[in-house]
Design a protein around this ligand. Sequence first.
Ligand SMILES: Cc1cc2nc3c(=O)[nH]c(=O)nc-3n(C[C@H](O)[C@H](O)[C@H](O)COP(=O)(O)OP(=O)(O)OC[C@H]3O[C@@H](n4cnc5c(N)ncnc54)[C@H](O)[C@@H]3O)c2cc1C
Ligand code: SF4
Length: 341
Amino acid sequence: MKKIIIVGGGVAGMQAALTLKALGQEPLILEKSDRLGGKLNRWDRLFPTQTPAGEVLEPCLKAVAEAGIAVQYGAQAEAVDPDGRGVVLTDGTRIEADGVVIASGFELFDARLKEEYGYCIYDNVLTSADLEERFKTHQVLTSRGEKPQRVAILHCVGSRDEKVNQNHCSRVCCITGVKQAMELRQLYPDCEVFNFYMDMRMFAEGYEEIYRESQEKYHVNHIRGRISEVSQTHEGRLLLKTEDTLIGRPMRMEVDLLILLVGMCAGSSNPSLAVSGGLALRSSGFFDPLNPFAGNLRSNMKNLFFAGTATAPKNVSEAMNDGVAAAWQIYRTLTQPAAQQ
Ligand SMILES: Cc1cc2nc3c(=O)[nH]c(=O)nc-3n(C[C@H](O)[C@H](O)[C@H](O)COP(=O)(O)OP(=O)(O)OC[C@H]3O[C@@H](n4cnc5c(N)ncnc54)[C@H](O)[C@@H]3O)c2cc1C
Ligand code: SF4
């Protein structure tokens, strides 16, 4: 039986642990926070189906508990051996293993770095993550406690942006913005919603249909354009300076709430794990797998594998599938070295 450390107990890490346990191995999840589930703990309803996040998370949590998988909470991995034989935590504790799956996920872009959008300056500027938390309470009110009459949603905040050194596309924020626009219209049918996008990237099954539904059924206004500046009016509304780039016309618009679709950035532990383990990083800071095709969960180092958003922005189903696949790959590598690849 092989002991395999899983760094990170999000959906990818949990799927890896469940698969390894089912294969008769001994997984240990190291989770830096005090709970499993990663970002899904923060989301309300998930695209593409508007399924409550809890309906995806709870069965995983139950399965991990029922399988008796060992979990160490408050355990932040800081370093990993280049041959996967152990992990060192931030408190200096060393844990031995036969191999490691890094499923340490992603970080949300810090919207304060785009000062021009007024996050943490104006109360009525929220991020997409903040909005998910408001949806959980079934109320999305302005700072004055009023129902919003008009909301703007801005795409690509902290993604595709050289100025903040985040050149990659975060992939899931376009569909998040469309989903959130529809949810706002469901909650407040009189509220106008404007989505300001650079490109609408509907890459997965069902996404294009949701985009169409947002227009035909929910009458969401999608405007190709950027917001250049946000200020606050005397009445406490937000004044947006923007441009519709399709017709080349500058615009000014007053809204009650501005939602910033923050990007998915590389995990904060990636640099220290990469340096200690000799692991390759992409220019985006995400881990760089051995090759982009058959080896996309295998690292450049022995007995070290990846799962989920540790390597790139992904949706939940992609992250969960990665967990299963990474478990199989490390299992084969450790138990049948001749048969691997
Ligand atoms: C605003 C927003 C909304 C989204 N909504 C949807 C949606 O509706 N549908 C959908 O399919 N996808 C959605 N996504 C994407 C979804 O959140 C991810 O696909 C999913 O969270 C990836 O899971 P993960 O396990 O790879 O990473 P995470 O969820 O980030 O989990 C990683 C875990 O690792 C832990 N960890 C990190 N570093 C360490 C370390 N060094 N040591 C130990 N533990 C560590 C973290 O605490 C965390 O528990 C959304 C993303 C965003 C930004
Ligand atoms: S998915 Fe859409 S909003 Fe997100 S970075 Fe890519 S283009 Fe921008």
